[in-house]
Design a protein around this ligand. Structure first.
Ligand code: ADP
Length: 658
């Protein structure tokens, strides 16, 4: 049996692997970059070995240093997690060369599936349905145009070595195809050091449904059913679930057996995932096979009750799978949401900084939190911005979704902005609730971006009432501190949301309050006290959790995917406010402000330049991604306030217009 596992990864997946290893009484080694010396995985591991500076290319991607760590610690196995070196054949071979077991598939299987063109050919040969397309690489624009015409538009151009949603481009017609061909090649070369591109049919409004498989070294291959990962933003998964609300038993069984056939044909061992896209008629097509543990594996664990990391370790140690296909059972429904350090309101720009508060919801009772950060940790520009995965389980889909929504309401993150409110809005979206998913869901439902302050009336009314209550409780306490209690009367308030005013009355009752608002009345009870971030209330018999920020009459409330800023005023003050001259607003439109902290890579304009809306103004690098800042409207550049190479703070002035 394996005695010591070196985890060649970081963040939540490193912690996840360490947890299972310890439960099996296996010692652990974490290799860390200097930025991760004090990370959660470093704290959890039995030993740590520092392997280099923060950039992944100098640490987590350094095969030589990880091999040295295997040798110095005497680890007898390596788990690569996902990303980094997990699908690198040279790494798998180097681990074996160092005398340790690679907890993953044989290098030949990684190689076969690592190239999308080869993988597609092998899949076809194994009897798997693949996306109709041109077989093999297309080398020139004319060849691409001929292939696309034969397939029929729209088509998708894809990098053979692509991954992570990058190196893909849709072309609706020949002009777009010709234009996109060179761009896709360039992108493929710069991102994957391989410019081979192929073409396939673009399946419209598809769903992404994948099959989890497990194969041991004794020839047994089973599948654990599917995960639906259709909720994506720019081809990157955000919310995943198991089972899929779309599949019927026949389609599920067909996909499962094709996935197993493919795994068998490449001599697969360990856990792996065969990804398909499924069209509106439930026809499914092979996309690719990921030869590693997936980010979204916990939803499968929740419905099957299995520990995939444990099974990977046992398979790597040569044990046979302890169950057969017929013994695989799933119960209930599970959903996973990926919590990112990004600002959903500002175009999902990465948000970095110190997590001054990080309080996930309590685990257990169908709630699981996989994270790699702790309160006080720094979210840096060097790594993936995912800070946690929240996974919930319920007897059915609605129960799992309700649990997810409540758990998101309880997830407190401050210091960096998270996408929690967006995730909550997604899971509460009527179309999501109805299970009508597609990979274009987000583009279709949020064409102008995400605006959490535009909420349906019942939700807005609820938050208006809660704001009035918060202010009543706060005012009562202030009175108690100053003078004897005399807060038995009715409180009248004006709650302002933007330009709209809502007259509200808050009257105490024996066990709470009755709140009269323009739309009716509600009964509410809570034990909330000023200063608490979470307000749990029973509103008309239902429990709701609201996150409270702000104070002194201006409260920012977050709940169920809504985020509102509300001002609570006594009626006579509200009345006086009407007589005040309006506050002048600074014309921020005259400035290009840095939307995020980052490095100014280039400025595309000079003072005096005339720009048109949409023109590139500057490029900022943050979180390893280049973000292009474009002109919002036509104008003339007056002054450039920052220079190439500057490190910018959020909201720092970069360009001033006339
Ligand atoms: P990656 O390896 O970068 O993750 P995939 O091939 O797995 O790339 O595709 C990622 C996503 O891109 C899919 O989930 C789907 O949303 C979309 N996609 C890929 N190929 C097609 C296609 N032929 N038609 C429509 N959408 C596609």
């Amino acid at each position: 049996m394996i005695k010591k596992i070196l985890v060649a990864n970081r963040g939540e997946i490193a912690c996840r692997i360490i947890r299972t290893a310890h439960s099996m009484n296996i010692a652990t080694v974490a290799v860390v970059s200097s930025a991760d010396r004090d990370s959660l995985s470093a704290r959890m591991a039995d030993e740590i070995v520092e392997i280099g500076p923060p950039p992944a290319a100098e640490s987590y991607l350094r095969i030589d240093r990880i091999v040295a760590a295997i040798e110095s610690t005497g680890a007898d196995a390596v788990h690569p997690g996902y990303g980094f070196l997990s699908e690198n054949t040279r790494f798998a071979e180097a681990v074996a060369g160092a005398g340790a077991i690679f907890i993953g598939p044989p290098p030949a299987a990684i190689a076969a599936m690592g190239d999308k063109i080869t993988a597609k050919r092998l899949a076809k040969k194994a009897g798997v349905d693949t996306v109709p397309g041109h077989d093999g690489e297309v080398t020139g624009e004319d060849e691409a145009a001929r292939a696309a015409a034969a397939i029929g538009y729209p088509v998708m151009l894809k990098a053979a070595a692509g991954g992570g949603g990058k190196g893909m481009r849709i072309a609706a017609g020949e002009a777009a195809l010709r234009e996109g061909f060179a761009a896709t090649r360039r992108e493929a070369l710069s991102s994957f050091a391989d410019d081979r591109v192929f073409i396939e049919k673009y399946i419209q409004q598809p769903r992404h449904i994948e099959i989890q498989i497990l194969a041991d070294s004794h020839g047994t291959v089973v599948h654990l059913g599917e995960r639906e990962c259709s909720l994506q933003r720019r081809h990157q998964k955000i919310i995943e679930e198991a089972p899929s609300p779309f599949l019927d038993e026949t389609t599920r069984a067909a996909m499962g057996s094709q996935a197993c056939a493919l795994a068998r044909s490449v001599g697969y061992q360990s856990a792996g995932t065969v990804e398909f896209i499924v069209d509106r008629d439930k026809k499914f097509y092979f996309l690719e096979m990921n030869t590693r543990l997936q980010v979204e594996h916990p939803v499968t664990e929740f419905v099957t009750g299995l520990d995939l990391v444990e099974l990977m370790i046992r398979i790597a140690a040569g044990e046979p799978l302890p169950f057969t296909q017929a013994q695989v059972r799933t119960t209930g429904w599970a959903i996973e949401a990926r919590l990112y350090a990004e600002d959903p309101v500002r175009g999902f720009l990465p948000s970095i900084g110190r997590l001054t508060r990080f309080r996930p919801p309590v685990e257990g009772q169908g709630v699981r939190v996989d994270t790699g950060v702790h309160e006080g940790a720094e979210v840096s520009i060097y790594y993936d911005p995912m800070i946690a995965k929240l996974i919930t389980h319920g007897d059915d889909r609605a129960a799992a979704i309700d649990r997810m929504s409540h758990a998101l309401d309880r997830f407190v993150v401050s210091g960096v902005t998270s996408n929690a409110v967006f995730l909550a809005a997604l899971v509460n979206h009527p179309r999501f609730r109805a299970g009508r998913l597609s990979v274009e869901f987000i583009a279709e439902e949020y064409p102008d971006g995400f605006a959490p302050h535009r909420v349906a009336k019942p939700l807005a009314t609820r938050l208006v009432a809660v704001a009035a209550l918060i202010h009543t409780v706060t005012a009562a306490r202030a009175r108690r501190i100053g003078a004897p209690a005399q807060d038995s009367g009715v409180n009248h308030w004006i709650v302002r949301v933007g330009d709209t005013e809502h007259p509200v009355e808050v009257a105490p009752t024996d066990d709470g309050y009755v709140i009269e608002h323009p739309g009716g009345s509600m009964s509410l009870s809570t034990q909330w006290q000023p200063g608490r971030r979470l307000l749990t209330a029973h509103i008309d018999g239902e429990t709701a959790v609201v996150q409270v920020a702000g104070g002194h009459g201006v409260y920012r409330l977050t709940h169920a995917g809504a985020y509102l800023s509300l001002e609570v005023l006594p009626p006579h003050i509200a009345d006086l406010m009407h007589r005040m001259p309006p506050k002048p607003v600074r014309d921020l439109g005259r400035f290009l402000l840095s939307p995020m902290p980052g490095l100014l890579v280039s400025v595309a304009v000079e003072s005096g330049a005339v720009v048109k809306a949409g023109d590139t103004l500057a490029v900022i690098e943050a979180m390893k991604m280049e973000n292009i800042l474009r002109a919002e409207r036509d104008g003339t550049v007056k002054t450039i306030h920052a220079a190439k190479g500057d490190s910018l703070m959020v909201d720092q002035q970069v360009i001033e217009f006339e």
